[in-house]
Design a protein around this ligand. Structure first.
Ligand SMILES: Cc1cc2nc3c(=O)[nH]c(=O)nc-3n(C[C@H](O)[C@H](O)[C@H](O)COP(=O)(O)OP(=O)(O)OC[C@H]3O[C@@H](n4cnc5c(N)ncnc54)[C@H](O)[C@@H]3O)c2cc1C
Length: 328
């Protein structure tokens, strides 16, 4: 099992997820999660806005199997929308349909999404549907298309590792799209597996959507991709107001500020809330160097919870076994 797979399987561990929620931000997650409350997120947005950085706010939430949990998530997201409006923040919403009941009852999920999108529409706030695993892909597109009939403030994500993404860019060309490499483990019958193939597909899709002319969010920490895009937009006379770069909160902070200073639209993805565990594990899966975030916290601060020590020991134990096998 590759190190990436270890973290991906940890990200799906409901027991650790439940325990992590009880104990608040731990294990270094506080470096990449913008707090657990709306006032904390609002403060972070204000700071970033001062540097001409806009934000997309994600109310973290995984493993939603009951309608009450989806209804609570909807209420939180509505509160964030209200705060964005009241505080006049440069920010929009990112949400996961699964958090709003996609795996429970699709009509119930649609109603939840519709309420959120409609309130956001009233305030001129954009709502982006994050994309999760392949099993949810088509139903997420279906929800989006249905909402788009009435509301133009919705868009979604195209994951470069899927073979069908080129066709989906064409199909959803009227949508504002965020283009990413893809964060989940997918089967070889639907998705590229090698980094080279994914990177190549990623550049192709970005260029395809930029040339269509709809607003494109290029969401990556990869400087090679960013440099490629800078040259591509220049060569093709694509104006700055047709695209933005996006990165996750806490990653390559200096580069985020630099891109904004250079005059590019820049948007930071701000996850917040108690349900940080799965998100954090996926970040470790993407880039094991992010373990520095964990070790710094665990070994220099006295974490006073069983979960922090237990999970970190598990992670680091796995790492020491696996790291010998990981090629640099
Ligand atoms: C804003 C945003 C939203 C996203 N939304 C989704 C979504 O809805 N669905 C989904 O499946 N995925 C999503 N992702 C995750 C995405 O799919 C990738 O898994 C993730 O971004 C890692 O790929 P990468 O393009 O950043 O570069 P990688 O392939 O991880 O890295 C490429 C190179 O960039 C450099 N690099 C990367 N990170 C760092 C760093 N922290 N510090 C220094 N150098 C670094 C290294 O040289 C590395 O080799 C999102 C990502 C972002 C940024």
């Amino acid at each position: 099992m590759a190190l990436r797979d270890v973290f991906m399987s940890l990200s799906e561990n409901q027991l650790l997820n439940g325990m992590a929620q009880k104990y608040g931000l731990r294990m270094g997650a506080q470096s990449v999660v913008a707090g657990t409350t709306i006032p904390e997120v609002v403060e972070t947005i204000k700071e970033l806005n001062k540097a001409n950085i806009s934000c997309t706010v994600d109310n973290l939430g995984e493993f939603v199997f009951e309608k009450s949990a989806a209804t609570a998530a909807k209420a939180n997201i509505l509160e964030v929308i209200q705060a964005i409006h009241d505080e006049n923040l440069d920010a929009h919403i990112s949400l996961k349909p699964s958090q709003l009941g996609q795996d429970i009852d699709i009509d119930f999920c649609y109603e939840n999404l519709k309420e959120i999108v409609s309130v956001a529409h009233g305030y001129g706030i954009f709502v982006n549907f994050d994309m999760e695993n392949y099993a949810r892909l088509q139903s997420s597109f279906d929800l989006l298309e249905k909402l788009h009939v009435e509301y133009d403030n919705v868009g979604t994500v195209i994951q470069a590792y899927f073979f069908e993404s080129e066709a989906n860019i064409e199909k959803y060309k009227n949508f504002r799209l965020r283009i990413v490499k893809g964060a989940y483990k997918e089967n070889p019958d639907v998705a590229y597996q090698s980094k080279e193939d994914i990177d190549e597909a990623y550049l192709r899709l970005i260029e395809q959507h930029l040339l269509i002319g709809k607003f494109t969010s290029i969401a990556t920490h990869d400087h090679n991709v960013i440099n490629h895009v800078k040259k591509f937009v220049k060569d093709n006379n694509i104006p700055n107001d047709k695209f933005e770069f996006q990165m996750l909160y806490g990653f390559r902070k200096e580069m985020q500020y630099d891109l904004a200073k250079e005059g590019y639209n820049f948007c930071t993805y701000l996850p917040f809330g108690n349900d940080w565990y799965g998100y954090f594990m996926r970040r470790l899966a993407e880039r094991p160097q992010n373990l520095a975030l964990v070790s710094k916290q665990v070994f220099t601060k006295k974490t006073n919870t069983v979960i922090a020590v237990g999970a970190a020991t598990f992670l680091l134990g796995r790492l020491s076994k696996k790291s010998k096998k990981v090629k640099k």
